[in-house]
Design a protein around this ligand. Structure first.
Ligand code: PEP
Ligand code: MG
Length: 326
């Protein structure tokens, strides 16, 4: 089977009825391993900038960050690279910036941290902008957004960084900016968010954790953590409809996008692109090449009728076997 999949990797991620489903990769560390996939993907849907920060001994400076980001942008040029601003807190700790809290996932995380430390965010934004000089593929993504004010504050800092660099003789373009939809509250403020930014990216990992109130890393409740919970699927379906209505390009970058059944559901719901870890690409591509868009839509409709995560899982497994994807 892996041989068949390998052979298919140079073929488009297109359904039998001709629907193109762009596949992107999630990156973090060195690009060389994934850059070879360039001809087979639509770009980098999520570059987790905190990953390189985890292996240094202090916050990397502007020069060092510029080099890291330049490497990503150049390796995938002209494909888009979505760079997420530092998303620490929760389960992601920097040894030189410890955060100790009773409820880290409900605490100081993502943009909450970087807006409280604008000096950290400014260095990062300046480095991203400098790295994109002469290129046109940088996109900036804001993690853990809960309120529109956070977006406004971050956009102000971005404008300031652009202005500063201009004054320093480094003219840069304003990149498209996106918001992660991963805090349930954002699902009820899509209009207000859509006015402010250019695209959305759904963090299904955190969205699942927060919708189900299940710590995504706690083994005691691991059985309850399930992106196939009917409530999650219903929220995601509604989300895809709403973002379409708003004409906002919306991709999914959580683990659900890298699971063949999850990817088919997301395609059927109507999301624009799927971003996943590189090893998931072959199986997801194979699923998309075997199932029509109508088939995927039917799968969503059938699944939404089921009441429990276990029934959903059983149903998905059975349908995947029918498509020879089991
Ligand atoms: C997510 O929450 O789904 C996501 C993609 O971000 P992370 O896993 O880095 O929190
Ligand atoms: Mg997240």
């Amino acid at each position: 089977l892996m041989e068949v999949l390998e052979h298919e990797q140079d073929l488009p991620s297109r359904t039998p009825d001709g629907h193109d489903m762009p596949l992107m990769v999630n990156t973090g560390l060195a690009v060389d391993t994934v850059a070879s996939l360039k001809s087979r993907i639509g770009g980098v849907g999520l570059y987790r900038t905190e990953v390189p920060f985890m292996i240094t001994e202090r916050f990397p400076g502007e020069q060092e960050q510029t080099r890291l980001y330049r490497d990503q942008l150049e390796s995938f040029d002209p494909l888009p690279v979505v760079m997420r601003t530092l998303d620490i807190g929760g389960d992601k700790d920097l040894p030189y910036f410890p955060i100790e809290e009773a409820n880290p996932f409900l605490g100081w995380r993502g943009i909450r941290v970087t807006l409280d430390h604008p000096e950290v965010l400014m260095v990062q934004l300046r480095a991203m902008l400098r790295a994109s000089q002469g290129l046109d593929n940088l996109q900036v993504l804001l993690p853990m957004v809960t309120n529109v004010e956070e977006v406004d504050d971050a956009l102000r800092l971005l404008d300031r960084a652009i202005l500063e660099l201009g004054e320093e003789g480094v003219p840069v373009n304003r990149p498209p900016v996106g918001v992660m939809l991963e805090v349930p509250a954002t699902l009820y403020q899509l209009d207000a968010l859509a006015c402010r930014v250019d695209f959305f990216s759904v963090g299904s990992n955190d969205l699942t954790q927060y919708l189900l109130a299940v710590d995504r890393n706690n083994p005691r409740v691991a059985d309850l953590y399930d992106a196939c919970h009917p409530a999650v699927l219903s929220a995601m379906t509604r989300l895809a409809e709403d973002t379409r209505r708003l004409d906002m390009p919306t991709s999914v970058c959580g683990e659900m996008a890298g699971d063949p059944a999850g990817a088919l559901l997301l395609m059927g719901m109507g999301f624009d692109a799927l971003s996943m870890n590189a090893p998931s690409l072959p199986r997801v591509r194979a699923a998309i090449r075997r199932v029509s868009l109508d088939g995927a839509r039917e799968l969503v409709t059938e699944t939404l009728r089921l009441d429990s995560p276990a029934e959903v899982r059983r149903h998905l497994a059975e349908r995947l076997r029918g498509w020879d994807l089991g």
